[in-house]
Design a protein around this ligand. Structure first.
Ligand code: BG6
Length: 522
């Protein structure tokens, strides 16, 4: 088969650059995501002069608002939610003057025509046509209809050649199972070329997540031991102390597997376990991630009970304060059997990882907020230091702390000073804040900037999203079919259900319980 030069990107960094001009349209502009994340992220990009020279934002939603109302609302949003607050009035004024608003119903073709006229007006007279980014920040059942209407009025023409000028960002969830994700991909691909589609997973924009690849592939010391010969197992944890907050309606239908595993946790597993890509281009990286998911052994229906554990929080305390039971949260069914906690064991059937379990867990209302990847290495083959009181040495663990207390720590054994030859665990700890100050951009800043520049490396490709559903569907469907009889089965403020501990004990292992900022273990 002949190689299309368009597909060939040499090793090294992605071939992207900032466009001269860009219009970013936000569908769902009166919603939470726009005010909490998108506009604050864009303002921070403006502050750091990382936006294109000519840049405008058009908010689109059903609420009745003028441009002025929209600007005022967004000003409040930036003051409240931007990581730097409303730091620079002059930058805000300049940024605010580029914000526009169009009112419309999502199913009304006329509204899309109005929008088109407005943004065509931005193009008028310019030598270089602006990049157009359409951000779908509204309910997922509207993704396909909105894309189809955009296509029908010529707002987002399909571009199969060269670098696409029109891009569409699609928020999660992308489908609710394999079938719906396939159908959504099919409808999206009727209107758009895959290279125009940016499926967002905000975890991929986190600095610490991007650092996984740098840690693995820009250092010579880790890769040689990053395999079944040296690694005993891997634990990936995303523990939250928050409950479902105002999203009970969505969450009660989704549950933790759809909400956290099908996207964020599997992405972390891929970055940890994938092979080195041939370069840092979008497809080179995404090829490796998809290849990894193809190697994950599917958990069949009859193995769900052995390879996965579920839980739902009951009464308890977070930071000393009582919190509501899940079934009493607003918009949650009083007899809900939706899991708010899950743990899974994934096995990867490839040369590198044969026999090394990857344990994934995530839950709401847990003891502590912590997202981390812990690579636990094998014990040394022989305990030479018999005079030591300890029975055994602590295995080396490399912990990549995604959040909070972002950093990387390696524990190893040392000899404490004294006459005896003894061993005691110690830690080498790198902390982002100590090394770089508190300057990390928010995930949405990175991701929006990448999309504006046409770099989709940190976005999810169509095949990955389907593979991820393929792996998670049997767990979700088996749990839907076999109702739990012990919910709620964990106390809010604990580390999850007892079953999860027994699940690990059966494998002769135990969950890490990071206690505090220094990542001490209980
Ligand atoms: C979202 C989930 O995707 O990720 C939320 O829908 C979850 O339920 C959130 O709380 C966690 O993100 P972060 O960045 O706080 O770890």
């Amino acid at each position: 088969m002949a190689i299309d030069p368009q597909d060939y990107v040499p090793s090294g960094f992605s071939q992207t650059k900032k466009p001269h001009a860009c219009v970013l349209v936000i569908f769902g502009a009166s919603g939470d995501l726009t005010k909490r994340k998108l506009i604050p992220a864009l303002y921070n990009l403006a502050l750091e002069r990382r936006l294109p020279e000519r840049f405008s934002v058009v908010g689109f939603a059903r609420s009745d608002m003028s441009d002025g109302d929209f600007r005022n609302k967004m000003r409040e949003a930036v003051s409240e939610f931007s990581r730097s607050g409303l730091k620079d009035e002059q930058v805000w004024q300049q940024f605010a003057s580029t914000l526009y608003y169009v009112r419309g119903d999502y199913n009304e073709p006329g509204a899309y025509q109005r929008l088109k006229r407005m943004i065509d007006g931005f193009d008028h007279g310019s030598r270089v046509l602006p990049v157009r980014v359409f951000y779908l920040a509204m309910p997922p059942d509207l993704y396909a209809p909105v894309i189809e209407l955009m296509a029908a009025v010529g707002l987002a023409p399909k571009e199969s050649e060269g670098t696409a000028r029109t891009r569409v960002v699609i928020e999660k969830p992308f489908g609710s199972d394999l079938e719906s994700a396939r159908e959504l991909n099919r409808r999206v691909h009727e209107a758009l070329d895959e290279k125009q589609v940016y499926r967002i997973d905000h975890y991929l924009g986190k600095e610490t997540v991007q650092n996984i690849m740098v840690l693995r592939f820009a250092n010579a010391v880790f890769e040689p031991i990053w395999n079944r010969r040296y690694v005993d197992h891997v634990q990936i944890t995303a523990a939250e102390t928050v409950g479902v907050e105002t999203r009970g309606g969505y969450y009660d239908k989704a549950g933790v597997v759809r909400d956290m595993f099908q996207n964020h946790l599997l992405q972390l597993a891929c970055l940890t376990a994938m092979e080195p890509p041939v370069g840092f281009s979008a497809d080179a990286v995404r090829d490796e991630k998809s290849k990894l998911l193809r190697a994950v052994r599917p958990i069949t229906d009859d193995q769900v009970a052995v390879h996965a554990v579920r839980g739902q929080y009951g009464p308890g305390r977070i930071n000393g304060k009582p919190v509501p039971v899940y079934r009493e949260e607003s918009d949650v069914a009083r007899d809900s059997s939706t899991p708010t906690y899950a743990a899974m064991k994934l096995l990867i059937d490839n040369w590198r990882w044969e026999g090394v379990p990857f344990y994934l867990r995530s839950g709401k209302r847990l003891f502590r907020r912590v997202t981390e990847i812990a690579i636990q290495f094998k014990r040394p083959p022989l305990l030479l230091f018999k005079s030591c009181a300890v029975e055994d040495v602590t295995p080396n663990v490399l912990v990549i702390r995604i959040q909070p207390d972002e950093g990387v720590a390696l524990t190893f054994e040392v000899k404490p000073p004294g006459p005896e030859i003894c061993v005691s665990p110690l830690k080498l700890d790198f902390k982002y804040e100590e090394a770089f100050g508190n300057t990390s951009p928010e995930a949405y800043e990175t991701l929006l900037e990448d999309c504006i520049e046409g770099d989709s490396t940190l976005y999810t490709r169509h095949d990955w999203v389907e593979l991820a559903w393929l792996l998670m569907d049997p767990v979700i469907k088996t749990w839907d079919r076999i109702q739990p009889n012990d919910f709620p089965n964990y106390e809010a403020g604990s580390w999850g259900p007892k079953d999860a501990d027994e699940f690990m004990q059966r494998d002769g292992r135990r969950w890490r319980r990071p206690l505090n900022n220094t990542n001490q273990l209980a």
